[in-house]
Design a protein around this ligand. Structure first.
Ligand code: PHE
Length: 452
């Protein structure tokens, strides 16, 4: 099935928007502000930017070249580039990670749907206890699971339409919408009284807060946010045209992703600071508990503004999550479709079915299964731990070793320069990072996370 008539993205902008869609997600709007809040603001952002530039972009280029050169799903890519070796496990590990991430990510994505419905139906305006609202919702056995399933069905609808008509077309609609909403929300947030304090928190670096834990969190966040280490971008790159400039695409995707994360900070912190008594380091509850409170209190006198602000914010989360779940779904769908010769539609059904099944257990982790733990982790925590803390860093490190040491340097050079057609002044630095800097740095995060 790995033939010449394989689907392709139709345009450069489609390539960038689809890949940026994978990268931009709950990681940017939900996880990034939490990490900034609990790791000391601007100093964290600075380290994060270094991680994106010196680790994120090189690993992304490697995933791109592996995908485009092999023109296959992530599991088959390694069999094509390194036939008869154990490297095939690296690709398969990515497929397993895609199933696990999609199953728990869709649970949080489902919450964003419920919050969108609640905003639209104006259910927040009379609410006083948002912690209670959140806890009641997530511990309900049916509602969050139904929202998760609905979210996976939405993802399914895009996937079955195919690469060009589904993924590319939807990314071209959803990403500009997302960027527009985010700009409007930044303006709204800046115009709130007291927003300067929130901005200062984001922009003034306090290096006394920088510990090794902060550096490690920044690296972990960079990998998660750029969707690296598990074959998502490798799968998308298998649909890139021969003309796509891999380095430039990686730089654009990383820039969009970082911009969105920082703008999410610009929305959330000024808003949180504008309401006295709320804390910016509220952790994961920031988006689901603190923010609805902000919308209600800050816009107490002009409720319709609060209504619009909150609705736009949750629609933004839904769009961001959807472009990411699409990319996760594609990893497994492409694998099943190409490796087992099953039709794309059927393969997508299998993936959606398995993820809904696993997602139910993740969803129940906040309710009736909250006491069912393994090493202190619920099913949801376990899936997050195995993927974000184990598979993604390990995958990232092995991808660097594969491209830096195993692959023929001429093949790597030919692929990133589009067979010599592009000039590449940074090629030497790129190989140096892949061989030494990235594996070592990622190895350190990995061991540290494991020993925690
Ligand atoms: N990068 C996505 C986010 O920021 C999450 C993701 C991880 C998506 C891995 C695909 C693969 O939310």
């Amino acid at each position: 099935m790995l033939s010449k008539d394989r689907a392709n993205f139709g345009s450069k902008i489609g390539i960038i928007l689809a890949s940026a869609g994978s990268a931009v997600g709950l990681g940017n709007i939900w996880r990034f502000p939490c990490e900034v809040g609990s790791n000391g603001g601007a100093a964290f952002i600075l380290i994060y930017l270094l991680c994106i530039t010196f680790l994120g972009i090189p690993v992304m280029v490697s995933e791109f070249l592996i995908g485009r050169h092999s023109r296959a799903n992530t599991a088959s890519a390694y069999q094509i580039l390194a036939p008869g070796t154990h490297w095939k496990w690296l690709g398969l590990m990515g497929v397993v990670a895609a199933f696990l991430i999609l199953s728990y990510y869709a649970v949080v994505a489902g919450w964003t749907l419920e919050y969108t419905f609640a905003s639209a139906a104006d259910r927040f305006s009379g609410e006083k206890d948002f912690t209670g609202f959140f806890n009641n919702f997530v511990s309900n056995p049916w509602k969050p699971a139904a929202c998760m399933a609905l979210f996976l069905l939405l993802t399914h609808i895009v996937i079955v339409r195919g690469v060009k008509e589904g993924i590319e077309k939807f990314s071209k609609i959803m990403m500009p919408m997302l960027l527009l909403i985010i700009c409007m929300l930044v303006i709204c947030s800046f115009s709130m009284p007291g927003s300067i304090e929130g901005l200062t928190f984001l922009l003034k670096p306090d290096f006394s807060k920088v510990t090794t834990k902060v550096v490690l969190s920044a690296m972990g966040q960079a990998f998660f946010s750029l969707s690296l280490g598990m074959g998502c971008l490798c799968t998308y790159a298998s649909y890139f045209s021969d003309e796509a400039n891999l380095m430039k695409t990686a730089a654009s995707v990383a820039s969009i992703d970082t911009l969105v994360a920082i703008m999410a900070g610009f929305i959330i912190f000024p808003a949180v600071y504008s309401v006295q008594g709320l804390s910016p380091d509220a952790g994961p509850g920031l988006v689901f508990v603190t923010l609805p409170n902000v919308f209600r209190i800050a816009f107490g006198n002009v409720p319709w503004l609060g209504y619009i602000f909150s609705l736009m914010f949750y629609v933004l989360l839904v769009l961001a999550a959807l472009t990411s779940t699409i990319s996760l779904h594609e990893v497994s769908t492409a694998y099943i479709h190409e490796s087992y010769g099953i039709s794309r539609k059927q393969a997508a059904r299998i993936v959606t079915g398995i993820c809904i099944f696993l997602g139910i257990f993740c969803s129940l982790s906040f309710g009736i299964l909250s006491d069912t733990t393994w090493m202190g982790m619920t099913v949801f925590d376990l899936f997050d731990f195995v993927t974000a803390k184990l598979i993604m860093p390990l995958g990232g490190m092995l991808i660097c070793i594969f491209t830096g040491w195993y692959l023929d340097r001429r093949l790597v050079q030919a692929e990133v320069t589009n067979r010599g057609r592009l000039r590449l002044p940074f090629f030497g630095i790129y190989i140096f990072i892949l061989r030494y800097v990235a594996p070592l740095a990622i190895g350190i995060i990995f061991v540290n996370e494991l020993l925690k």
